[in-house]
Write a new protein. Structure first.
Length: 77
């Protein structure tokens, strides 16, 4: 989760530029700034999905273990 915190702080820093009254004189600079924000949002979403996938795999493993215990209890009683 360290990457998530780093990504979140970078995203907050980029977004706060507009709050501080910072402007852009060059249209290309505005577009580049927007692309950086979009990239960090995408990176943050990927990190969340990765975490969710790990939890899903863990839940599947637990379910398989539960089914195995159930089968053992039913047939070997």
């Amino acid at each position: 989760m360290f990457n998530s915190r780093k990504t979140e702080s970078e995203l907050e820093e980029l977004v706060s530029i507009h709050e501080k009254g910072g402007g852009f004189g060059d249209p290309d600079a505005i577009a580049e700034h927007g692309r950086k924000i979009d990239f960090l949002k995408h990176k943050q979403i990927q990190e969340i999905r990765k975490s969710n996938n790990r939890m899903a795999v863990f839940n599947i493993v637990i379910a398989i273990i539960n089914v195995a215990i159930l089968i053992f209890q039913v047939f070997y009683k």
